[in-house]
Design a protein around this ligand. Structure first.
Ligand SMILES: C[S@@+](CC[C@H](N)C(=O)[O-])C[C@H]1O[C@@H](n2cnc3c(N)ncnc32)[C@H](O)[C@@H]1O
Length: 489
């Protein structure tokens, strides 16, 4: 693998290198699974073009070109099941693609992306997914602080483990799919020089391979597709358990595997039951677990669009039994009283005090990566809980520098009908505010204590000081937890 790493690096087969070679149009076309524009850009026979054709475009490459790009490596890669040779042509059997974040470059092996150029989308039950939008969402959500032990549950191709190895002393990666474990081990080896260390790769379901062990960070993007779990299974998305049971087990099992202060971050789908608020069901999963929980519902799909999405993902759109499968799945939703499916994030953090549980819907655009925002939420919750009312009144707070005030009303009128405070960064929260709240936030520049600001505002707006305190101290607490105000500028 070290020779492969050297060859890939020498060819300039990096994320930026490939993006530069393809150019924006072919790159965008490839993200839509179209290879023709890419093939038109990669005909020069250079090692970078050959590797891009071989892996990203899944094209056959003349053996001589493949040999030039991968000197002395074609035969070993054929023997390893990564390439296949037929006559004077070489093709990929396993994908190898460059991947990067702001600080690291990696190469990631996975099974070949199905469905290029409208070819069949169907894959085997043990298909190992490459880097998906869910993988990158989880990677961007992850709290990237230096930790001792991290767990990547359901590692797939091992992409989360690669990220974790950059800031965890020890990484354990688990999966039930042997092929995923094989690929994760190869990825660990291939990227050894760049990552902090190789993950300890273990086979087994959910927390079984880590019984009795605890971690500072658990990340998982489990096989969360909500179905009756009766038909054939694609292990990367189907857990074999009905409904959202796999997510419930992941979430309820997390606390006993977390060290004090440790985070568990889960990307998932969940059932929204008929006539029941979405968060009530999830609250049952986290209550009594000894963890703070910040749960964000990002999207909601109705049963029909959900079933269509996942039948298409399995390559079944247009299959002779498509309508039958569709009907059976939505009928099951109906029987189960499932009104819709929620998609979002569950962030749990083990705490010694009374846990804070926060459930919110935030379907709007956010600024990625959000990991820093998740960590900051934990820090602000700790701060807010540590301050009784007297201590909060004596605290000096700062308005976050990206908060802006928007006012709405008819043009030219003196008093706005509505004021909104909006963060420009992170989650990009917005909240309506009255004049008092807006003035309070505006005055938080670290000069005066919260108590002094409230007193000054009560005089200015001719309102009883006691009443102002009673009404606005809870608001200050919300503003602090939501990040509009903080203990530092
Ligand atoms: C959606 S993929 C996530 C892959 C990878 N972590 C990522 O972020 O792209 C889910 C993974 O969970 C694995 N898996 C399925 N059932 C599992 C189980 N019971 N326990 C652990 N892993 C499981 C699948 O094999 C698959 O690799």
């Amino acid at each position: 693998m070290s020779r492969l790493r050297a060859a890939l690096a020498k060819a300039g087969y990096t994320y930026d290198g490939v993006a530069g070679l393809l150019g924006p149009t072919a790159h965008a076309a490839l993200s839509r699974n179209e290879t023709t524009p890419g093939l038109r850009r990669t005909g020069d026979g250079s090692p970078l073009s050959a590797l891009t054709r071989l892996w990203l475009l899944q094209a056959a490459v003349p053996a001589a070109e493949a040999d030039r790009a991968l000197p002395g490596l074609v035969e070993p890669l054929v023997a390893a099941g990564i390439l296949e040779r037929s006559g004077e042509q070489v093709r990929a059997l396993v994908d190898v693609r460059p991947y990067a974040d702001d600080e690291h470059d990696w190469w990631v092996l996975s099974d070949l992306t199905p469905g290029l150029d409208g070819r069949g989308q169907r894959v085997g039950g043990d298909h190992v997914l490459g880097i998906s939008s869910a993988s990158t969402s989880l990677a961007q959500l992850t709290v990237r602080e230096s930790v001792d032990r991290a767990l990547d549950l359901g590692t797939g191709c091992g992409v989360q483990a690669l990220h974790l190895a950059a800031h965890a002393r020890e990484v354990v990666a688990t999966d039930v799919n042997e092929r995923a474990l094989w690929i994760t081990r190869m990825n660990a080896e291939l990227n050894d020089a760049r990552a902090g260390g190789r993950p300890d790769v273990r086979e087994g379901s959910l927390y079984e391979p880590v019984t009795g062990e605890q971690f500072d960070l658990i990340v998982t993007n489990p096989p969360f597709v909500i179905s009756p779990a009766t038909g054939e299974q694609l292990v990367y998305r189907d857990s074999g358990l009905p409904g959202d049971e796999v997510v419930r087990r992941v979430v309820t099992g997390a606390p006993e595997h977390l060290r004090p202060g440790g985070w568990a971050q889960v990307l998932a789908n969940w059932v929204i039951e008929r006539d029941r608020p979405w968060d009530e069901r999830l609250r049952e999963w986290v209550e009594g677990g000894g963890c703070d929980a910040w749960v964000v519902q990002r999207e909601v799909a109705d049963p029909a669009e959900y079933v269509e999405l996942w039948l298409k993902d399995a390559g079944l759109h247009g299959a002779p039994d498509y309508a039958e499968r569709y009907d059976a799945w939505v009928t099951w939703f109906e029987e189960q009283g499932i009104e819709a499916v929620g998609f979002g994030w569950l962030n749990l953090r083990r705490t010694d005090r009374e846990p804070v549980l926060r459930f919110e819907e935030w379907p709007y655009e956010v600024e990625q990566p959000l990991g820093r925002e998740v960590a900051a939420w934990g820090r602000r919750v700790d701060l807010e809980r540590s301050l009784d009312d007297a201590a909060l009144l004596a605290t000096r707070l700062f308005v976050r520098s990206d908060v802006r005030q928007e006012t709405f009303g008819a043009p030219g009128v003196e008093d706005p009908e509505r004021i909104v405070l909006r963060q420009q960064r992170g989650l990009r929260r917005a909240r309506p505010a009255d004049t008092m709240e807006a003035a309070l936030v505006g005055a938080c520049d670290g000069d005066l204590t919260v108590g002094a600001i409230l007193e000054a505002l009560s005089t200015l707006l001719e309102w009883d000081a006691g009443e102002v305190q009673a009404a606005y101290l809870p608001v200050v607490r919300e503003l602090l937890v939501e990040g509009f105000l903080d203990e530092r500028a």
